[in-house]
Design a protein around this ligand. Structure first.
Ligand code: KFV
Ligand code: CO
Length: 212
């Protein structure tokens, strides 16, 4: 059995290493119960996966949530064949394609679909097909198969949201935002720091008619 220290370590700086996975059941139990008792702890235990997640350096800094968070934006689904996936959702649910583009930076071809009249923020499905074998999306498909790839949240200022989340100890992937759909700016939080779902931050272009 691992000789556990009485409390989980407090991250001391903004740079926080990736979350360790707890394999020892006794250590896991100890951390879980300690975290429940002491609400000021900087670490949280994910009960499903046994992964110790450094959710935040000071958990209650955010208190009322992430400043500038506007709402859900889209759900991204990885598919091997974009046209086949579009047809599937069109035939099954009557979803409509409201936008298509190729993002060469992300090495994806994508389509945005909605349920119809409400094509605005938060109501979109993003189908993503890899454009290159060595792309992150193709790696995902090879490793995990088609399926849920990410959940995207709209924010008013992606730089500020990224900076806030980084200070809270999760791994924000890019130092500066990159080009997203319809001229948006995007960044991501690593899925291993969010309980297993890649998290995208989207700041829409001011000129985007779908912006709110
Ligand atoms: N969701 C959950 N787990 C994931 C994952 C995902 N999307 N991608 C990878 N993993 C897991 C994977 O299963 C593995 O776990 C571990 O992460 C490392 O996988 O337990 P396991 O099996 O060891 P790798 O090595 O295959 O992945 P890695 O090279 O580390 O890349 C992961 C990551 C998140 C750094 C990479 O996917 C990335 O840079 N993502 C950000 C860019 C992106 O995903 N672009 C496509 C969407 S573009 C988009 O949405 C746009 C343009 N837009 O505007 O909305
Ligand atoms: Co996306």
């Amino acid at each position: 059995m691992i000789n556990a220290s009485p409390r989980p370590p407090r991250p001391q700086s903004d740079v926080v290493p990736g979350p360790p996975t707890i394999t020892d059941p006794m250590l896991y139990l100890h951390l879980a119960t300690t975290a429940q008792r002491d609400s000021t702890l900087a670490a949280r235990v994910n009960h499903q996966s046994g992964t110790l997640m450094f959710m935040t350096r000071r958990p209650f800094d955010l208190n009322t949530g992430l400043p500038g968070l506007l709402g859900f934006d889209h759900v991204g689904i990885a598919v091997p064949d974009l046209d086949a996936a579009i047809n599937f959702y069109r035939d099954l649910l009557g979803l409509q394609v409201v936008h298509r583009e190729e993002n060469l930076d992300q090495q994806v071809a994508e389509a945005m679909l909605t349920t119809g009249e409400n094509g605005a923020l938060g109501n979109q499905l993003q189908l993503l097909m890899p454009l290159a074998e060595d792309s992150v999306l193709n790696r995902f498909l090879m490793r995990r198969g088609s399926g849920l790839h990410h959940v995207a949240y709209a924010v008013s200022d992606v730089r500020s949201a990224s900076s806030t989340l980084r200070k809270c100890g999760v791994r924000v992937l890019y130092d500066a935002p990159r080009a997203g759909t319809r001229g948006s700016q995007i960044n991501f939080v690593h899925p291993k720091d969010t309980g297993g779902v890649l998290l995208e931050l989207v700041e829409h272009a001011a000129a985007d008619p779908q912006n709110g």
